[in-house]
Design a protein around this ligand. Structure first.
Ligand code: HEC
Ligand code: HEC
Length: 293
């Protein structure tokens, strides 16, 4: 009888120790991050800057993921990773947190809890200038709060395990991998502007350097392909999500009409100039978002 109790005790203890260990190791991994210097750029209060901040939020997809009224969104039905992703109510968040905390979430991939984020694509926003970040925060702080009940997010056990093995990378690691901007703005202002836009709008999906992304199925195209389509076809494609010759697209067909219809002529021209110039350069090989074949 006593032996049976001991065996039962061991059988029960093993999973508790395993899951407890996985839990602690994931938490340690996500907490092993450090915020950079606190963002202390002044937050503007004038209408022009706030409207510019709204344009940044619209063209960077904040509305698509955090709700059209920034009320927050449960991704349970759309994504099966990392079990249950929940984008918080951004207007409420911006009221409740200081500027440095908001900036750390947007550009550094570190949440208010001090842990690395996992689903929020901060790598797409890390190259935003201080001015644009300040305008974005000004807009978020000015947005009316629309209440919505949201469930608690969940990090599933299989996903925790991939963080423990190092197979999965958290947002601070993604942010660190984003290549620097390279085009000299004094010598080539339009191409530099285009690079800035591409590296804060398109690299969420087209690879951290916009030269293709093979971690998702199917892989996403290298945006150097823009050089093979006309300026008009490019504009139609990014503003409507309809491909060249009326071809129906998938995710791009959903994202483009939500984010890009309000791009200005200058922004479209800058994007076109930069992306079509990439055809002359070989993309970097063996980067983690595009491993060597
Ligand atoms: C692809 C969807 C997606 C996009 C685009 C997106 N977010 Fe998020 N965001 C999320 C999710 C999901 C979370 C919840 C945290 C997590 O799972 O990483 C989040 C969390 C946040 C947080 C809170 C972080 C914390 O826990 O303290 C802030 C602030 C935030 N996002 C701001 C923004 C802003 C500003 C934009 C636009 C520039 C934006 N997000 C675009 C999905 C997104
Ligand atoms: C949220 C993800 C996402 C973002 C952000 C995104 N794209 Fe795409 N894009 C896709 C996907 C996925 C495809 C492949 C076709 C499809 O499935 O829709 C694609 C395809 C394309 C294509 C090829 C279309 C064709 O005819 O095959 C071009 C060009 C393109 N995107 C340009 C851009 C530009 C420029 C930006 C930034 C301004 C951008 N995309 C931002 C997801 C995205």
């Amino acid at each position: 009888m006593r032996n049976l109790t001991i065996i039962a005790g061991i059988l029960l203890a093993v999973p508790v120790i395993c899951f407890g260990g996985i839990y602690l190791m994931t938490e340690a991994n996500l907490r092993d991050v450090k915020r950079g210097p606190a963002f202390d750029h002044p937050i503007p209060t004038d209408e022009v800057s706030i409207e510019h901040g709204r344009h940044i939020a619209r063209t960077r997809g904040c509305f698509g993921c955090h709700g059209q009224q920034l009320e927050g969104k449960d991704f349970d039905e759309q994504w099966d990773w990392p079990e249950r992703a929940v984008a918080p109510n951004l207007a409420a968040y911006a009221r409740d947190h200081d500027t440095a905390t908001i900036e750390a979430a947007i550009r550094q991939g570190i949440g208010a809890s001090g842990k690395a984020l996992v689903s929020m694509p901060s790598y797409n926003f890390t190259r935003l200038t201080d001015e644009d970040t300040a305008a974005l925060i000004a807009f978020l702080k000015s947005a009316p709060v629309v209440e919505k009940k949201l469930p608690k997010p969940k990090l599933g056990w299989p996903v925790r395990w991939t963080f423990v093995t190092g197979e999965e990378t958290h947002m601070v690691q993604w942010v660190a991998a984003v290549p620097p901007l390279r085009v000299n703005a004094d010598a080539e202002p339009q191409r530099a502007h285009g690079e800035y836009l591409a590296m804060t709008m398109c690299n969420e999906c087209h690879g951290l350097d916009v030269r293709g992304f093979s971690m998702w199925k199917p892989p996403l195209p290298d945006l150097a392909m823009v050089g093979s389509i006309s300026r008009d076809d490019f504009e139609t494609l990014i503003k409507t999500g309809v491909g060249v010759g009326g071809r129906e697209l998938g995710l791009m067909g959903l994202v483009a009409p939500d984010r890009f219809p309000e791009l200005t002529d200058d922004e479209v021209a800058a994007l076109y100039a930069y992306l079509s110039s990439l055809a002359d350069e070989a993309p970097a090989e063996n980067v983690f978002w595009r491993p060597a074949q």
